[in-house]
Each structure stands twice: as structure tokens, then as C-alpha cells.
Design a protein around this ligand. Structure first.
Ligand code: ADP
Ligand code: MG
Length: 218
């Protein structure tokens, strides 16, 4: 059966809270991944950023529509995270928020458009292509899977689950890739054989989104 799940402000606050919890729980793992091919700060960066997002949304978000919440989350990440991840996550969340405008609710098609805008934000900032071993390798297949599922008539809940699965598979697929962007690219061939930390956190964030949509289903 097709359910007409609708995304609303609560979906975004739950998404960000779930992301905060999961990133905190996996912070050491993300840092280990970054220690192998970067500078070992990815878990700390993401944790600091998403802790601040949780606080910002808890404190100032009453009555804001979903798009505004994402813009607030993005601004918070930019201002609290020093590493590449601050702007690399802050910019796409702001873009996604702007794409949603001031609507109180939205559905799967708008969610796909918002994620397109988010990916465009990451690419504009970092110029990564699919296959460069970055967060793009988790996000791009996720949006593709979301769209494919919606086109096939799946419910939003099923579609976001497919997106989360595709993000995880995409993150795992970074293992044999050679990094062409960011610090890991300095390692050249030696970046091969390790999972990209940013793609891994992107998969965590997409899984959190999937659960938030399921939890706030109408
Ligand atoms: P830093 O590299 O400043 O230490 P982090 O460790 O927090 O920042 O983040 C590293 C992650 O950022 C990488 O694993 C990768 O997924 C992502 N990343 C790095 N450069 C780019 C880029 N140009 N485009 C997209 N993502 C990138
Ligand atoms: Mg790092």
C-alpha cells in the first residue's frame, strides 16, 4: 500500500537528533577511518557540529518550518566545525533548506529536489565527482535510489529506506577507490583499501533520515 507520508518540522528535528546520537555513538569509528587516510579528526568534527545542531534546534527552532530548520542546522555546522566537514555539511543543509522554502510540509519529490540541491552545494564547494572517494559517493546513489523508489510507486518511508541502504552501499564502495579530493588524496595509491570517513558519516546521516521519516509518518 502506498502511504502518503509527509515530511514536517518534527521530521527534521528528529532527523538531526538521531544523527547527533548516531554520530556520537560512532565518533571513535569515524575518527579511526580518518586516522587511516586523513588526520584523525572526522569523528570529533562531526560530533562537535551535530551536538551544536541539537542545541540550536532545541533552543531556537520553535515554530520554524522544515526548510528554516535545515538552514539553521547548516549555519550551525559552518560556525562550529573547523575541518572540511563544517562547510561540506553546512552548505548542503542550507541549500536543501532553501530549496524547501517556507512550506510547512512536503513530500518525497520535494525531498529529492532538496537532496539534489544539497549535492550541488557539496560539488560547488569541493568539486568532487562520483568515484573520488568522498561523501559524494554515498549521497549520489542515495538520491538516485530515493527517486527510483518514488518513481516505482513506493511509499516515502520505503523510498528513504532504499536511500539509506544505497548510501551505506555507496560508502562501502569507497574502499577500493583512490582518493582524488581532500586530505586522503595526498596519500595517492595508499588511500586504496580504506573506507572514506565522510562517505561513512553521510551514510549514518541518511540512515537517521530514514528513521526520522518512519517515526513521523502520518
Ligand atoms: P578534514 O579533511 O579537514 O580533516 P574531515 O576529516 O572532517 O575534514 O572530513 C574528511 C571528509 O571530507 C573526507 O572523508 C571526504 O568524504 C570529505 N571531503 C574532503 N574533501 C572533499 C571534497 N572536495 N568534496 C567532497 N567531500 C570532501
Ligand atoms: Mg580529517
Amino acid at each position: 500500500m502506498i502511504t502518503n507520508s509527509v515530511v514536517r518540522a518534527e521530521t527534521i528535528t528528529i532527523w538531526m537528533a538521531e544523527a547527533e546520537g548516531d554520530i556520537r555513538a560512532q565518533s571513535d569509528y569515524l575518527t579511526q577511518l580518518d586516522a587511516a587516510i586523513g588526520d584523525g579528526d572526522h569523528g570529533t568534527n562531526m560530533r562537535r557540529g551535530f551536538d551544536a545542531v541539537g542545541q540550536a534546534l532545541a533552543g531556537q527552532a520553535d515554530g520554524l518550518p522544515p526548510g528554516r530548520l535545515l538552514i539553521l542546522a547548516g549555519k550551525t555546522l559552518v560556525s562550529t566545525v573547523g575541518g572540511a566537514s563544517g562547510p561540506l555539511w553546512g552548505s548542503p543543509l542550507r541549500r536543501a533548506g532553501r530549496a524547501l522554502g517556507d512550506a510547512d510540509t512536503f513530500g518525497g519529490d520535494q525531498l529529492a529536489l532538496a537532496l539534489d540541491a544539497a549535492i550541488a552545494g557539496v560539488i560547488e564547494l569541493g568539486a568532487a565527482q562520483p568515484g573520488d572517494k568522498t561523501m559524494i559517493d554515498a549521497l549520489t546513489p542515495a538520491v538516485q535510489a530515493l527517486r527510483d523508489a518514488l518513481t516505482a510507486g513506493k511509499s516515502l518511508e520505503e523510498a528513504v529506506r532504499a536511500a539509506a541502504d544505497a548510501a551505506r552501499t555507496g560508502a562501502e564502495a569507497t574502499v577500493p577507490m583512490r582518493a582524488r579530493k581532500g586530505r586522503a588524496s595526498y596519500l595517492g595509491e595508499r588511500s586504496i583499501g580504506h573506507q572514506d570517513p565522510g562517505a561513512t558519516s553521510a551514510a549514518i546521516i541518511m540512515a537517521a533520515m530514514s528513521r526520522a521519516v518512519a517515526e513521523t509518518r502520518e
